[in-house]
Write a protein that binds this ligand. Structure first.
Ligand SMILES: [Zn+2]
Ligand SMILES: [Zn+2]
Ligand SMILES: [Zn+2]
Length: 479
């Protein structure tokens, strides 16, 4: 396998005209992903960085120009001249097109690189403790995610969607910026709609803005039956990550779906209504709750299935109500920040720091052990200046007081947290005010969470800064 990877690395060198045979690459990718070869795959991830870098570069290259004809004729020629045709019978029949075959194989290899190995929890992937590839996001995404989004809506197999889901777990903050705007968003919407129709949705049913991004230069087949269920699971996984992924940026789904509510809603309800589709009870509830969100957001008539779902008793406390009370909102915010894997330095978006031995995890504030920083400079700036005029030294001291009172914001119940927050002998007025200001000014919390809290806060403190942001117009719903 190592020898094959060496040979493929040489063949993939020229990203415009790779000398690789797509069918043989496909056979290799399948072997790499085979559970029986797990150990081999992991050793390749440690020893063959150049191979995986070449995969990423070839898979990202055609995303920029979008014209695949030159690439196709190169790849067709490679298949025709391949000396190992005997192996080709193992390559997927669903991917007769050479570009589709090569790109599916590349996405497959890249997926292995972010999914295999002993320590592939999303937070550790890019830290590369054991010298595994990738060690930075740039290795995985040499351009941007556009190319992968393109393959996700084009290839009727699961690998590109799986790669995209992993990318969201690895670096949601950076990847989401690309995915929630422009052609990437159109393509992901198309992927979801296509997956829901298991690739049978005719192009004419897509809105115009999407249609222009559906690529007709790769002939589209139906996914093989064994892939169909997996694709659906992955797409449902995408909804979950959009909704409450590792960083729980709850506004992501809104920005991703706005303008596409109708097409997503209809695809989901049509999917759930079809009795022949592979979907279990939990998946169905999840899909319908997304449909429910979409119809309240865009003011659609409520679909009978959604109505049925809404009548069920809620499984977990619904946070999307009229607004939480002040302490609850702060606690929800704190729990988001606790999991936040980016630097808390004002304006900094780093998610690793440079240590003595290369990149490593962000370091925690030594006092509160709550916020993470990429460098002493970022930490210093946050300590004295902070974000939204809230220096961390005040927040830090408040957080330590919660810990001292035995109510760790990491795990406290809303009631316990609320008791300490409103207890004027524990927090100083400054801590009380700035903690709220810090949470309520941040974009991470959805606006509807904050409205009730803002009203309460202004009554309690009359804070001028928050009064200014609470003015009608600043919020989607008028306060
Ligand atoms: Zn071949
Ligand atoms: Zn601190
Ligand atoms: Zn920083």
């Amino acid at each position: 396998m190592a020898a094959a990877a060496d040979a493929l690395t040489v063949q993939l060198q020229d990203k415009e005209h790779p000398a690789v045979c797509p069918k043989c690459l496909h056979v290799f990718a399948n072997a790499l992903c085979d559970a029986r070869n797990e150990k081999l795959a992991v050793s390749l991830l440690k020893s063959h960085h150049r191979f995986f870098t070449a995969c990423a570069q070839v898979a990202s290259a055609p995303g920029a120009s979008g014209d695949l004809s030159a690439l196709r004729s190169t790849l067709d020629g490679n298949v025709a001249g391949c000396p190992n045709k005997a192996r080709h019978v193992f390559a997927s029949h669903a991917l007769r097109d050479s570009v589709a075959c090569a790109m599916d194989a590349l996405c497959h290899c890249l997926y292995v690189s972010v999914a295999k190995g002993s320590n592939k929890k999303h937070k550790n992937i890019l830290l590369s403790k054991s010298g595994m590839w990738p060690s930075t996001l740039d290795e995985l995404i040499p351009t941007d995610v556009k190319a992968y989004a393109r393959w996700a809506c084009t290839l009727p197999r699961w690998h590109a969607v799986a790669l995209l889901s992993r990318l969201l777990l690895v670096a949601r903050r950076k990847v989401m910026e690309d995915l929630s705007c422009g052609p990437s968003r159109d393509r992901i919407c198309a992927t979801i709609v296509r997956a829901m129709g298991l690739w049978r949705t005719p192009d004419s049913q897509f809105p115009h803005e999407i249609r222009q991004y559906l690529s007709h230069d790769v002939p589209l087949g139906c996914p093989p039956p064994e892939d169909a269920a997996l694709i659906i699971t992955l797409v449902i996984g995408l909804f979950v990550v959009f909704e409450e992924g590792p960083d729980r940026l709850l506004d992501d789904f809104r920005s991703f779906s706005s303008g596409y509510e109708r097409i997503l809603h209809d695809a989901i309800t049509a999917f759930v209504e079809d009795p022949t589709r592979p979907v279990d009870g939990n998946q169905k509830d999840l899909l319908l709750s997304v449909a429910s969100m979409l119809c309240s957001r865009a003011n659609f008539p409520v679909h009978p299935l959604v109505q049925e779902l809404r009548k069920q008793p809620p499984k977990y406390g619904s946070l999307e109500r009229d607004g939480l009370n002040l302490a609850d909102t702060i606690l929800v915010y704190l729990q988001q920040r606790r999991d936040d894997q980016t630097c808390s330095g004002p304006g900094c978006k780093n998610y690793t720091r440079q240590g003595d031995r290369g990149t490593c995890a962000l370091s925690l504030c030594g006092k509160c052990k709550f916020l993470r920083y990429c460098s002493p400079e970022c930490q210093k700036r946050d300590w004295t200046v902070g974000s939204h005029d809230v220096p961390h030294k005040v927040i830090c001291s408040a957080l330590c007081k919660f810990e001292k009172a035995g109510v760790s914001p990491r795990s406290a119940s809303m009631d316990d947290f609320s008791n300490v927050y409103f207890d004027k002998t524990t927090l100083t007025t400054e801590e009380f005010t700035l903690l709220a200001q810090w949470a309520l000014m941040d974009e991470r919390l959805p606006r509807e969470f904050k409205i009730g809290a803002l009203k309460l806060f202004m009554r309690e403190s009359g804070n001028a800064v928050l009064r200014a942001i609470a003015k009608p117009g600043k919020f989607l719903c008028p306060v």
